[in-house]
Design a protein around this ligand. Sequence first.
Ligand code: SF4
Length: 236
Amino acid sequence: MSAAEKIDIVSRAAALEAEYRSMTARAILEAAIRRHFPGRIAMTSSFGTEAAVLLHLVAQVAPDLPILFIDTGKLFGETRRYQQELCARLGLSDIRVLSPAAKDVAERDPDGLLFTRDADACCDIRKVRPLASALEDFDAWITGRKRYQGGERENLPIYEARGRRIKINPLAYWTAEDIDAYFEEHDLPRHPLEADGYRSIGCMSCTARTAPGADPRSGRWAGQAKTECGIHISLG
Ligand code: SF4
């Protein structure tokens, strides 16, 4: 990517931020999907505890939008079932399940325990590489990240210039209360593990329950310095 191309992407993200910063999440989605990146935009979803909100919004705007779902091979069975049930209920028709390459797993993680030795390497082959490959078809992608989730997300803009793509976070300024209210208003089903104390859900091997009142993401890679799987860092 040339310096001029990079400046162009940064300028475009800044212009979009200025134009849409005060708009609703639905208006941001409509503009991105229909006006700015038609046919060149996808959404990623982990089908975790808050995913239903953005999926419901997308279903109102474009139920045929490609939804990229990374199945690392280490997910909870409940997440897979929730994904299928939620997509059927919302009428989302283009779910693309991304899996790690068999060659990568055979070479780097033959015993399936790489997460105990090098979690970053495990996330790389099971999440980052499959998503990087899938994103080749797109100029923009939509994520459900929010500022209130803290850590590297606390200064999140709605539009990010990352690499050659624009990343769009329509819920960046939503609060936990906004999310709960949306679930209530639209009678959306909760992830089945939420009631069991899981408030941020990733792979079974790297997700723990969190105590009431604790940071929901503290159950991810608990006891490690790691706080992100890498798809929002490595892929930009
Ligand atoms: S979350 Fe854990 S098991 Fe899942 S890909 Fe990352 S390190 Fe591997």
